[in-house]
Design a protein around this ligand. Structure first.
Ligand code: DQA
Length: 146
């Protein structure tokens, strides 16, 4: 089983970006944690980040036929991007929406998610630990689907 873990804008700055909100782990730390977690579960994974909406859409399209599911932390595009929502709907791959912070405890504009409308489920508020949680949730869903 292979999964794509896709990260959106500003997540390349993790570690120094508002650590009181997003924690002290860098994206490289999170990638290493995900790699170890995937290996322990016998799963394959691709880990990617882009600050560009179109590049994220291209990665979602490219996942079709390559990966069995997607974990998407779309950053602020979560709250704005109909195009990302349409990309997820188009490839028909089970997708988990992920956020480090509890977006529901934050500003009103973060309570809206276009991604959630097409996502299998949403994990938020657990910091970097949400990544392995999302991996387990996706792998369990894929195993159950057979
Ligand atoms: C985020 C939450 C978004 O609202 C924000 O724009 C981000 C990060 C998170 O992981 O908590 O860039 O997706």
């Amino acid at each position: 089983t292979s999964i794509l873990i896709l990260n959106g804008p500003n997540l390349n700055l993790l570690g120094t970006r508002q650590p009181e909100v997003y924690g002290h782990s860098t994206l490289a730390d999170i990638e290493a944690m995900c790699r170890a977690h995937a290996a322990a579960r016998g799963a394959e994974m691709q880990f990617a980040q882009s600050n560009h909406e179109g590049a994220l859409i291209d990665q979602i399209h490219a996942a079709k036929g390559v990966h069995a599911g997607i974990i998407l932390n779309a950053g602020a595009y979560t709250h704005t991007s109909i195009a990302l929502m349409d990309a997820i709907a188009s490839v028909e791959l089970p997708t988990i929406e992920l956020h480090l912070s509890n977006v529901h405890a934050r500003e009103d504009f973060r309570h809206v998610s276009y991604i959630a409308k097409v996502a299998l489920g949403v994990i938020c508020g657990f910091g970097a630990a949400g990544y392995p949680m999302a991996m387990d949730a996706l792998l369990a869903h894929l195993a159950q689907k057979g």
